[in-house]
Design a protein around this ligand. Structure first.
Ligand code: GRF
Length: 188
């Protein structure tokens, strides 16, 4: 692989985007906020250094503490660019100051439509015929920041959240690694 900035990927779920990124780019470290297949299956099989910083899911959850641990890990691995790939915790603002315009995210809608955790469900309920996915620069505002790339995906008759999300994720797995590679060339 050609020389590229040191990349970390943040995950919480199945890790299909992570898998696609690993297939195309050099990933230096993977961080999860919970035990998930992205770590137990994909990161371990790929033998990429990884860390699970288990978060709480009650009112005692401390965003600052988790963000500090994520940032410490990024610094330890000398990471230059971060790709959130299904990472389900909102990070505290200071990490975006530590990595200005260097944290990317993929979202399963055509932003600015359908921000938030229920993007696929909301697109389905809207009655539209087209949704899609967006790669953007992450900021402290949820699902905001400069849009780098989008891909349309049709909503088909009889779609469920699961069938539609899987069709979107097929598009994401093409779009995200390609867009990160372009970002390395055009923005750094
Ligand atoms: C993707 O649809 C992504 O857009 C959203 O979370 C999902 C992660 O899927 N933010 P996976 O864990 O990469 O399979």
């Amino acid at each position: 692989m050609p020389k590229q900035p040191k990349l970390a990927v943040l995950v919480s779920g199945t890790g299909s985007n992570l898998h696609a990124i690993i297939g195309k780019l050099d990933v230096r470290c993977i961080i999860a906020d919970r035990i998930c297949p992205a770590i137990t299956d994909i990161a371990s099989t790929a033998r990429i250094p990884n860390l699970t910083i288990k978060r709480r899911f009650d009112q005692c959850f401390d965003h600052t503490e988790l963000t500090c641990k994520v940032l410490d890990t990024l610094k330890f691995f000398d990471i230059e660019v971060v790709a959130m790939a299904g990472f389900m915790t909102i990070l505290s603002s200071f990490i975006f100051k530590a990595y200005p315009n260097r944290i990317l995210n993929i979202h399963p809608s055509l932003l600015p439509d359908f921000k938030g955790a229920h993007a696929v469900c909301d697109a389905l309920a809207s009655g539209r015929k087209i949704t899609g996915c967006t790669v953007h620069i992450a900021t402290e505002q949820l699902d905001a920041g400069t849009i780098l790339a989008q891909q349309q995906v049709p909503i088909l008759e009889g779609d469920t959240i699961e069938t539609l999300h899987e069709r979107i994720k097929i598009a994401e797995r093409q779009l995200y690694p390609k867009t990160i590679a372009q970002f390395f060339e055009e923005y750094l």
